[in-house]
Design a protein around this ligand. Structure first.
Ligand SMILES: O=P(O)(O)O[C@H]1O[C@H](CO)[C@@H](O)[C@H]1O
Ligand code: HPA
Length: 320
């Protein structure tokens, strides 16, 4: 996608004069995030999904690692494999099937991503969160983003659910944003505010549902932080995150939420705590996070996560 004309540093040995008319002499400069997926391309993808499913979804769900079963409870489903959707990236991570499922859940038309895109897969943030814009142009008003995360808050246990009420955007601290580059006002403003990103009404409803399900002791409201991955964090990093007020850490979600808020979607997000993060030095192998454990815990807790999502959608439907 990078235009050949955007290259400014000729390759070659220092001082060597290269013929700039030869394309291979020009380096590749990445296209800015904001230019990767123009509005028209997103519209084409959205049209493909709406026409292909003959449905207009109201709620978008992003399934976290090992939480793909959130899409399995959708009825009358039309399933699109990512490879078959024009201009869509492919999933490369275990536990992310790479399917888009459109159908009915608790009386609402929903579209669920069984597989999200992560920065560490080599995708720029705008590409990771591009499907959120597709959801918007399909008609989605609510984004439900879920993830598997490491618990940093010492009160959290493996299997707990943390409803996100805020985030610390570590990739943003490093100057990276899905909104970087030219802004298209058809999606949203140049400088979106993020103070009320996580819908309070939905958090309160979810807490109430947690009580009804009898899992209130395993439910928290907290702060998530996204790092670039794919490494899990060092003890020093985890200590620093805790000092910043972070309760759970992962490698996703924040850029999706930023993109959703930019285009004024209502956001509900939660982390399933799949491992406890060590914040003290020790020789215990148990302290090391690993993806197999993440997936196993997610599988064990998928029933509760599905029930929470289904009941919340039922309430949204009842009050609309
Ligand atoms: O955030 P999700 O996609 O749930 O996955 C989490 O689990 C993986 C690490 O085990 C990372 O991709 C991390 O972000
Ligand atoms: O401990 C973790 N760190 C980062 N990402 C994660 N995803 C699941 N667990 C973790």
């Amino acid at each position: 996608m990078c235009s050949i004309d955007c290259c400014s540093n000729p390759r070659g040995k220092a001082g060597e004069k290269l013929d700039p008319s030869n394309a291979s002499n020009r380096p590749i400069i990445p296209t800015p995030n904001g230019e990767l997926y123009p509005y028209e391309v997103i519209q084409e993808i959205a049209d493909f999904i709406v026409k292909g499913s003959n449905m207009r979804p109201k709620i978008g769900i992003i399934c976290g690692s090992g939480l793909g079963s959130l899409a399995d409870i959708i009825q009358d489903a039309k399933v699109f494999e990512y490879e078959k959707i024009p201009n869509f990236p492919v999933s490369t991570v275990e536990g992310h099937a790479g399917k888009l499922v459109v159908g009915n859940l608790e009386g609402a038309v929903v579209m669920a991503m069984q597989g999200r895109f992560h920065f560490y897969e080599g995708y720029p943030l705008a590409k990771c969160s591009m499907p959120v814009r597709v959801m918007k142009l399909c008609g989605v008003e609510y984004l439900f983003a879920t993830n598997a995360a490491g618990g940093i808050n010492p009160k959290y246990s493996v299997g707990d659910i943390m409803l996100m009420h805020d985030h610390v955007n570590m990739l943003g601290f490093a100057g990276n944003s899905p909104l970087q580059g030219p802004n298209d006002p058809r999606f949203g403003p140049r400088f979106p505010a993020l103070v009320n990103s996580y819908n309070k009404e939905l958090i309160n409803k979810a807490l109430e549902i947690g009580k009804q399900m009898g899992i209130e002791a395993n439910m928290h409201v907290g702060v998530y932080s996204c790092l670039g991955g794919p490494t899990y964090e060092t003890i020093a990093e985890l200590k620093a995150l805790r000092m910043m007020g972070v309760d759970a850490v992962g490698m996703s979600t924040v850029h999706e939420v930023i993109t959703a808020r930019h285009c004024d979607m209502k956001v509900f997000a939660f982390s399933l705590i799949t491992n406890k993060c060590a914040t003290e030095y020790s020789d215990k192998k148990d302290d090391e996070a690993n993806h197999d454990e993440v997936m196993a815990v997610a599988k064990n807790r998928q029933k509760a996560c599905c029930e929470l999502v289904a009941r919340l959608i039922r309430q949204i439907q009842a009050s609309s």
